[in-house]
Design a protein around this ligand. Structure first.
Ligand code: ADP
Ligand code: MG
Length: 199
């Protein structure tokens, strides 16, 4: 099983969207995916998304909420049963991010591809370096022909932080996937991202 921690320390960078959409893309590819939600208290969490979706078809992937404290103890049993486990984290808690990262095979840091959003990336990437976990930044909400996207990519790569070549464009159909089972069309860029991340 492959375990991915999703963390950025900032709010609104696309962590929850990336968690659910990657899990759904892995399910579309025939794997079994579990999202572990360490941020169930926030509105717009993975838990909320799954609960809303359950009123209709439900998500393809499973979502469970646990506390960061329980993660180390419960993860082996969870990971054993699924091909991929994605751990979504809250903003603001370095301890929770660190717990998720320690348990993972890869740290994915979603960021809005804007210069102002780069600030805390090095800090969270450092948490992964300390425990030898590889890192990929994913540029989210990218817009065509906007120079900042390439500037952000160059700046991060310039300080040695790897950036996934797959970018997630700003798309209405991605925003509109919240609370429902995402369509294969909405999942397209996440399917490409999943192929890249699994290596
Ligand atoms: N690629 C995208 N295109 C359009 N809207 C997006 C995209 N990615 C995220 N969003 C929207 O951005 C907002 C913040 O995303 P979210 O995943 O909840 O961030 P976080 O979990 O880091 O706080 C949500 O309203 C979400 O629907
Ligand atoms: Mg979130």
């Amino acid at each position: 099983m492959f375990k991915i921690a999703i963390a950025s320390l900032k709010g609104g960078t696309g962590k929850t969207t990336t968690s659910i959409m990657l899990a759904e893309a892995a399910e579309l590819a025939g794997l079994s995916a579990m999202v572990v939600d360490l941020d169930p208290q926030s509105g717009g969490s993975c838990r909320n998304w799954a609960d809303y979706a359950a009123e209709e078809q439900g998500l393809r992937s499973l979502v469970m909420s646990i506390s960061a404290k329980e993660l180390t103890r419960r993860l082996p049993e969870i990971a054993d049963k699924r091909d991929i486990v994605i751990i979504d984290t809250p903003p603001g808690s370095e301890n929770t991010a660190a717990a998720a990262i320690r348990s993972a095979d890869l740290l994915v840091i979603p960021i809005n591809a804007r210069l102002a959003d780069m600030e805390r990336v090095a800090g969270v990437a450092h948490l992964a370096d300390e425990v030898g976990v590889p890192v990929k930044v994913v540029l989210c909400r990218t817009r065509p022909r906007v120079k900042a996207t390439q500037e952000v990519r160059d700046a991060l790569e310039g300080i040695g932080i790897p950036v996934a070549s797959t970018q997630i464009d700003e798309q209405e159909k991605i925003g509109a996937s919240y609370g429902i089972r995402p369509t294969p069309h909405a999942l397209r860029s996440y399917s490409v991202l999943w192929d890249e991340l699994k290596g």
